[in-house]
Design a protein around this ligand. Structure first.
Ligand code: FAD
Length: 388
């Protein structure tokens, strides 16, 4: 694996960092006009187009270059909610549409997603089905030439503003993985109702709502991939999400570490900069180590994707380690700034609240641990182990 960055990749990182700084902190909660304007600015910069193939109006960037751009963005931009909303579209809607979409589906949606004129949401979770994704209650029942969808989705990022929904439903509930089908639903489908925006602990600029599907009839052309192929769409989508959704967090951790280092070098107590106390320095060292390990995991994931190698296990490791490191880095930054870190005028308490969600969405930490352990249990015993 190559560890260096090309001049172009470094330029991508730097310009995204500058752009992120210009964006500044999140707008006031509920300021929909400001949110839209920021979404359009991001599209003007090319963020929504990063992974959309060039044939459909995107930049078709390789994965390593794209995550490096997002890392730069996360360093400059302290609006973690906007970063989450962008990531949810890029990895959970754009990526599966590009991989599984029919030509008409791609032509209809990818150019507008890339241009920022359409917004996408990925609707998997339900009130009764969170981690247990293969036991969905939303049904797609064959009806005439098409399907009728009935069910409820919850915690859907971008739902309040989305123009299209990628919805997972069961076409053959008894078949589990092989009984799922993915559908592409425009917002104006009769019977599709978006609930009021949900009020969250953090990520306030990442709009979220529930979705009710009451007899939503769709033609076969709304199926993404194949009937019964929803399990494959889901696994593909989760791999991208887990591997790349937190790419901006690398930059955020770096920014938190720099701020904490600067502050603890300047802040004097007992006649010395507090960084000279070992207990303080050890916290900084922990964040530094977490940052480097998170980088290695994410860059390897991106490299594997660029090489066309299997990356499901790596996606779980990135998701687990990066989310837990973001939470820890945010807590340490807040703590090392003393009582001022607890004030709303600094970003630390907000970043901490935002970070708490990262170990929940896209599969919780416990689910990633299960998947990582599962890969060990399923693997054939290595020679030396078999030999006892
Ligand atoms: C900010 C945010 C954005 C989100 N965006 C989206 C979105 O865009 N689209 C979407 O579909 N969903 C979205 N979600 C939902 C998210 O994917 C789910 O919350 C997540 O999968 C967990 O499901 P749950 O909340 O129902 O928890 P549950 O599955 O009920 O889990 C509850 C607890 O039990 C633990 N647990 C459950 N099963 C196991 C097990 N087998 N082993 C060990 N521990 C277990 C979990 O780790 C957790 O701590 C979002 C969530 C958040 C917080």
């Amino acid at each position: 694996m190559e560890f260096g960055w090309s001049g172009e990749q470094e330029q991508g990182y730097e310009s995204a960092r500058r752009f992120g700084r210009e964006l500044g902190p999140p707008p006031a909660p509920g300021d929909a006009a400001a949110w839209r304007q920021r979404w359009s600015r991001c599209a003007g910069f090319g963020l929504q187009a990063l992974q959309v193939p060039a044939a459909y109006g995107g930049l078709g960037m390789d994965v390593r270059s794209a995550v490096r751009v997002l890392e730069g963005l996360g360093h400059g931009c302290s609006d973690s909610g906007l970063l989450m909303a962008l990531g949810a579209q890029i990895w959970s809607v754009g990526a599966p549409l590009a991989a599984f979409g029919s030509e008409p589906q791609r032509r209809r949606w990818l150019p507008t997603l890339a241009a920022g004129t359409a917004i996408g949401a990925f609707a998997l979770t339900e009130p009764g089905s969170g981690s247990d994704v293969f036991h969905l209650r939303t049904r797609a029942i064959a009806d005439g030439a098409g399907f009728r969808l009935e069910g409820e989705k919850i915690f859907i990022t971008n739902a309040p503003v989305a123009d299209l929904f990628l919805v997972l439903a069961a076409t053959a509930p008894e078949a589990g993985y092989f009984g799922l089908t993915a559908f592409v639903l425009p917002r104006d489908c009769p019977g599709l109702e978006v609930g009021p925006e949900l009020s969250k602990m953090g990520l306030e600029s990442s709009p979220m709502a529930a979705l009710r599907l009451s007899g939503v009839w769709v033609p076969p052309a709304a199926v993404l991939g194949e009937v019964g192929g929803g399990g494959a769409v889901l696994m593909h989508t989760l791999e991208w999400e887990r591997g790349c959704l937190l790419a901006p967090a690398l930059g955020t951790i770096d920014r938190l570490l720099q701020a904490s280092t600067t502050y603890t070098r300047a802040r004097k107590q007992f006649g010395r900069p507090v960084v000279e106390f070992e207990a303080v320095a050890a916290l900084l060292a922990e964040v530094r180590l977490r940052l480097e390990l998170s980088r290695l995991l994410l860059y390897e994931f991106a490299w594997r994707k660029d090489q066309g190698l299997a990356a499901g296990l790596h996606a779980s490791m990135v998701k687990l380690y990066l989310s837990e490191s973001l939470r820890r880095a945010a807590e340490i930054a807040l703590h090392l700034h003393g009582a001022s870190g607890y004030l709303r005028e600094l970003e630390f308490e907000r970043i901490w609240r935002d970070a708490m969600a990262s170990s929940l969405y896209s599969g919780t930490t416990e689910m990633q641990l299960n998947l990582i352990a599962d890969s060990l249990l399923r693997a054939p015993a290595r020679k030396e182990e078999a030999a006892g």
